[in-house]
Design a protein around this ligand. Sequence first.
Ligand code: ATR
Length: 281
Amino acid sequence: MADAPRAFVAGHPIGHSRSPLIHSEWLTRYGIDGVYSAIDVAPHDFPALLVDIRAGKWAGGNVTIPHKEAAFERADNRDEAADAIGAVNTLWVENGKLIGGNTDAYGFAANLDQRLSGWRDGETALVLGAGGASRAIVHALLEAGYRRIDIANRTLARAEQLAARFGEKVAAHYWNAADDLISSANLIVNTTSLGMVGQPPLELDLGSAPVGAMATDIVYVPLETPFLRSAAAAGLKTCDGLGMLLHQAAPGFARWFGRFPEVDEDLRAVVLSDLASVHAR
Ligand code: ATR
């Protein structure tokens, strides 16, 4: 009998990752004989991990900070999303080649498909922040058919780089422009760390948002961020960011363990109770 497939999440540090919890829940649920473990890999040890994958020691794995760009550069081939985003978060082997994919845009869209019906009907989106998460989200919004994406960021140069990467539908703005851009935004997305436990809140006056506007956040601790709370108070339909984390895990699981897993309320409950226990300490 072949050995049970093994997959990893590699980062440095890695202690905070929820990925082992998510994958273990699916392995147990589907009765799959597989292993998913968190491994702390310093940057200089990352190439050796790729050697181990190619040698069959691992079916593949997820990579997180600081390895997403190195994985992008060192994979033999990349999927379309990874190429568009410029980072890899999922590795697997196909016909002896190491493939790097990016599932963050998929995770963002799948979460909204499940919990924010109508989000694909929007034409204009306002994206707050221009970091790594923002890159994946801009890609997802373009794929979903958004015709205009305004990015507002504290550091204008980062927003400009992002806009240049994605072309004419994407425009860069100073952070202060967000207040004015709200009035034309069908969907507003926070991709900054503002509102996360321990960080200052994201404060925006959402009163001028168009009828039917929606809001979502990549922050999921707390689940209802100050931004989402004020969006709901202003009458916007909202969706929290936990589902993006859950959904981005699914394509990797399918590659390594052979079954596309479901993101449902039971999985959310498992992760939420873990988050509650960690943050109660
Ligand atoms: P990630 O890869 O998770 O997106 P990141 O690359 O560090 O993380 O990006 C964090 C984002 O949050 C950036 O857009 C950052 O703005 P800058 O590009 O100006 O650094 C934004 N951010 C973090 N703290 C912020 C603050 N206090 N006010 C406004 N934006 C903030």
